[in-house]
Design a binder for this molecule. Structure first.
Ligand code: PLP
Length: 408
């Protein structure tokens, strides 16, 4: 009989959202008359921008006409989108990327999950803690993390981010080969300034490590000294891969389009000890396992960079950030210690003394009918914290704040 990849058996169950959904459903079944407000969702709720929809429609129409029909697209994305990204996201900030350093894909989850295929089987991995689970689980599936014991992987280097260190992760205290960083951060909503990010780039360069930088929430940044891209930091082009997405920037969670930057200068060591460009490996990997994002979706994504598109996505992001501000200020006024929500659609709060994050989940559900996400579900350092998201409507968000205020 086939032997399976036993690393899958080491994974803890996908407990977090399944469990919050189960508890919410049970509560609703017991109290059908009470309306539950969901501030746990990490998905966008507002529709696509009109400029995006009309570009998608026009492209779909082209596909129905003999002269303009297209089959398989280029493996790494159409030039109109690659160039729009190079211009709109990078050149506009003084960052020059070669055409073949940008790879279009159907989502950042796939890219941040698959990038580890380029690393050796024994590569040593570091993640910030709490963390977006994909970085951890994808490396666990590849057998790099050892065993999962008492809520921790034995071979994973955790970089705790807590109130005590201002959510600025420490540099690794041992040799690692890869550091995953996500800024603005999911789940904490916190950011690193350029000065706080620079030591990671310097560390990676000094130790021959690679940084995988997930900037899925970069469009939510409001403050000047926060980098939108890791390539704003000197030296990063020699050590960092950057993953970005249209999902949270332009409401593409159901439409699917993203990009990953793999600069030529980022190198690893081959079997003979000689340096090898990760760009060449990623090209090989994408050409083998991926067949491109559909033409209408790439046209839709390119429309984000028109003047109209930019104004329209800004309006949507501003609406979410209005919710974020309402949550942040509402909770702070109620005496909670609150983090994030200034440069990200996530608000991270300290649970009241003596109440752990799952107990706080139950308390909010039962007393306020408000659903959030327990911090403990994102990693050991998430215990004692709780995540709320800004993706519901303003009205529901305000109502949730009123219900929390009434809790006293
Ligand atoms: N990276 C982070 C940090 C996320 O929070 C998410 C989605 O929630 C993703 C990546 C996935 O993005 P995509 O929809 O492009 O797969």
């Amino acid at each position: 009989m086939l032997k399976i990849n036993e690393n899958f058996q080491k994974l803890p169950g996908s407990y977090l959202f399944a469990e919050t959904a189960r508890r919410t459903k049970a509560y609703q079944a017991a109290h059908p008359e009470r309306e539950v407000i969901r501030l746990g969702i990490g998905d966008v709720t507002r529709p696509l921008a009109p400029a995006v929809v009309s570009a998608m429609r026009a492209a779909a129409a082209e596909m129905g006409v003999q002269e303009t029909f297209r089959g398989y697209g280029p493996d790494f994305g159409y030039d109109f989108l690659v160039n729009a990204i190079r211009e709109g996201e990078y050149a506009a900030r003084g960052i020059q990327l070669d055409y073949d350093e940008v790879f279009i894909s159907d989502g950042s989850k796939c890219d941040v999950g698959s990038i580890q295929e380029l690393f050796s089987a024994d590569a040593r991995i570091a993640v910030t803690d709490p963390v977006y689970p994909v970085y951890v689980d994808s490396n666990a599936m590849a057998g790099r993390l050892g065993d999962f014991r008492d809520g921790r992987w034995t071979r994973l280097c955790y970089l705790p981010c807590t109130e005590e260190n201002g959510f600025v992760p420490p540099l690794p205290d041992r040799e690692v080969d890869v550091i995953y960083l996500c800024y603005p951060n999911n789940p904490t909503g916190t950011v690193l300034t350029r000065a706080q990010l620079k030591p990671f780039v310097d560390w990676a360069l000094a130790h021959g490590a690679v940084i995988v930088y997930d900037a899925a929430y970069r469009a939510y940044i409001t403050e000047e000294d926060i980098p939108r891209s890791i390539y704003e930091i000197e030296g990063a082009k020699a050590c960092a891969i950057e993953c970005c997405s249209f999902s949270k920037t332009a409401g593409f969670t159901g439409t699917r389009c993203a990009w990953t930057v793999v600069p030529h200068e980022v190198r690893g060591q081959g079997a003979d000890g000689a340096p090898v460009e990760l760009n060449a490996l990623w090209k090989r990997r994408m050409a083998t396992k991926f067949n491109g994002v559909s033409y209408p979706v790439q046209r839709a994504a390119a429309a984000v960079y028109t003047a109209e598109g930019q104004a329209q996505i800004r309006e949507t992001i501003d609406a979410y950030m209005r919710n974020a501000r309402a949550i942040r200020e509402g909770l702070a006024a109620q005496g909670y210690r609150v983090f994030g929500g200034v440069n990200a659609p996530y608000i991270w709060l300290r649970t009241p003394a003596g109440i752990d994050s799952w107990a706080f989940f139950d308390l909010l559900l039962e007393k306020c009918q408000v659903v959030g996400t327990p911090g403990a579900g994102f990693g050991p350092s998430g215990e004692g914290y709780f995540r709320l998201t800004a993706f519901n409507t303003y009205e529901k968000t305000m109502e949730a704040m009123e219900r929390l205020a009434a809790l006293g």
